[in-house]
Design a binder for this molecule. Structure first.
Ligand code: GLU
Length: 312
């Protein structure tokens, strides 16, 4: 019998147009592009503009300009997440119908007060891997009829994953297997290989809110599956987020890609680059007269290489 053809690799670079791309984005984009080319794979660009309040058309234009300058090309049409809210909302509805998501009404200030009161009493409040306080879990049990009435009255609300219910539902689907992912790169503490996922560390994470009808976690997971992405190659800053993506993949019956989290390009001060610092923007290097190959020397300062990496 003929053996099945190996699946063609599909890689993607998925920036958010809420600022200018910096040197770290250049590394990520070039790495994805190079891996796709070296493996006879496809390279996709996806614009992650669900945060309609912070994303701007001029930043999207700058993304195309910067990537073209780097020498990249990508398939058309480019998927822009803001054009697909109804797709993400179908999945949200599915989670709601299965009792895995609930509406939350506490304001940021009310959450802050609860955290402060708890910490003032000498008890630690749970914090997510980014250091932000997890959302209180008290509204998981809010009477559905009351919640419906508040929504009908127009009270501002977000939808959140009931993490305990979600982990239990995923457990049923996994039937004894652990929730893990395979990483050919590494996490911030050097974690590599088969990684145990701990989505519970994120608490009841947000799935949609009034000013962004889908969350990063929900839309990135759905789009990677829809677009047939086989290898997610992205910065180490998203390493812990992968636990939530794996949980959603199990809950929504989506395929599991391979992951490669790469090291970050750091600033002169040794800290993570920020989109708000124009000096480390790709455009700033272009304007200084550097050429794309010159950037490789800057990546090398942080031990980041573009060649010789293999897809798992
Ligand atoms: N849109 C995300 C960002 O700009 C990246 C998404 C991903 O690579 O998973 O940070």
């Amino acid at each position: 019998m003929d053996s099945p053809l190996p699946k063609q690799a599909v890689l993607r670079f998925a920036p958010s147009p809420n600022g200018l791309l910096h040197l770290g984005h250049a590394y990520s984009a070039l790495l994805n592009y190079g891996l796709a080319a070296a493996n006879g794979g496809r390279f996709l660009l996806r614009i992650e503009d669900i945060d309609i309040a912070r994303c701007r058309p001029e930043y999207e234009e700058a993304i195309y300009r910067d990537l073209r300058w780097l020498g990249l090309d990508w398939e058309q049409p480019v998927r822009r997440q803001s054009e697909h809210f109804s797709f993400y909302q179908q999945a949200l509805k599915d989670l709601i119908d299965r009792g895995l998501a609930y509406p939350s009404f506490l304001s940021r200030g009310e959450v802050r007060e609860q955290v402060a009161a708890c910490e003032a009493a000498g008890r630690a409040w749970p914090r997510d891997p980014d250091g932000a306080p997890c959302y209180p879990t008290e509204e998981r049990k809010l009477d559905r009829a009351v919640a419906r009435r508040w929504i009908a009255e127009g009270r501002q609300h977000a939808w959140r994953l009931d993490m305990a219910a979600a982990i239990a539902a995923a457990g049923d689907r996994l039937a004894g297997r652990a929730l893990t992912w395979d990483d050919t790169g590494c996490g911030p503490q050097g974690q590599t290989g088969s990684i145990a996922a701990h989505p519970e560390r994120w608490g009841d994470m947000i799935l949609s809110r009034p000013d962004a009808p889908s969350s990063y976690h929900l839309s990135v997971t759905l789009d990677d599956a829809l677009q047939g992405v086989t290898h997610v190659v992205r910065g180490q800053d998203l390493f812990h987020a992968t636990a939530v993506h794996r949980l959603l993949q199990v809950l929504l019956d989506l395929p599991e890609p391979s992951y490669h989290h790469h090291g970050l390009v750091l600033g002169e001060d040794g800290r993570k680059l920020s989109k708000s610092n124009r000096d480390t923007g790709i455009a700033a290097y272009r304007e200084k007269g550097l050429s794309p190959p010159d950037l490789r020397l800057l990546f090398a300062r942080d031990g980041l290489v573009l060649d010789g990496l293999l897809l798992g």
